[in-house]
Design a protein around this ligand. Structure first.
Ligand SMILES: Cc1cc2nc3c(=O)[nH]c(=O)nc-3n(C[C@H](O)[C@H](O)[C@H](O)COP(=O)(O)O)c2cc1C
Length: 172
């Protein structure tokens, strides 16, 4: 994985920041909004043309499992023109050991040349897997920084963790 050079200060002040995320049950949305209170970018919610069912089993063991097993990347509803952004936070829940398929579609649909991707992942106990590397695979021309990995929607320490993470990756 490519990390930003340590010591290379990347102030966000003169960079255009986008926070793009997919969220099915709200955790990733919550973290996306929390990050945005600190980096003050634009927010884009990735949504599929055909929404996932609201039932957990139907989504997890039905459509999402099928998409995972068959490497299907579903169409997304709107795209977001990323050309004006320098730093793009990309948020996803862990779905079947990697990012959710709509996030794969988002990465494939856009040109990330010269862009910085800052991944953040929420999960249900499995951790962040290799999701940052998987993002790099789909957006080969981007620089992908160290991900933030949060269990569920986080806890009382999450605020501090986000601050420390932003400092570690030189974005604060
Ligand atoms: C389809 C599906 C697959 C999931 N797969 C995993 C997994 O592989 N590992 C894990 O730790 N959690 C898994 N989870 C739990 C979610 O990653 C976790 O609840 C996440 O915070 C949900 O984010 P959201 O509320 O933004 O959708 C899965 C949930 C769903 C619905």
């Amino acid at each position: 994985m490519i990390y930003a050079n340590k010591g290379e200060k990347m102030s966000l002040a003169d960079r255009k920041v986008l926070i793009a995320y997919f969220s099915w049950s709200g955790n990733t949305k919550y973290i996306a909004e929390k990050i945005n209170t600190k980096v003050r970018g634009d927010i884009f919610r990735i949504e599929t043309k055909i929404p996932y069912p609201t039932d957990y089993n139907e989504t997890a063991y039905g459509i999402a499992k099928k998409q995972h097993d068959e490497n299907i990347h579903p169409e997304i509803k709107d795209n977001c023109d990323i050309s004006n952004y320098d730093v793009i936070f990309v948020g996803t829940p862990a779905w079947w050991y990697t990012m959710a398929p709509p996030v794969m579609t988002f990465l494939e649909n856009n040109n990330f040349e010269g862009k910085i991707i800052v991944p953040f992942v929420t999960h249900g106990g499995g951790g962040g897997y290799n999701i940052a590397d998987d993002m790099k695979e789909l957006a080969k021309t981007a620089t992908v920084l160290t991900p933030l990995i949060v269990y569920g929607k986080g806890n009382l320490n999450t605020d501090k963790e986000i601050d420390n993470w932003l400092k570690d990756i030189n974005l604060k």
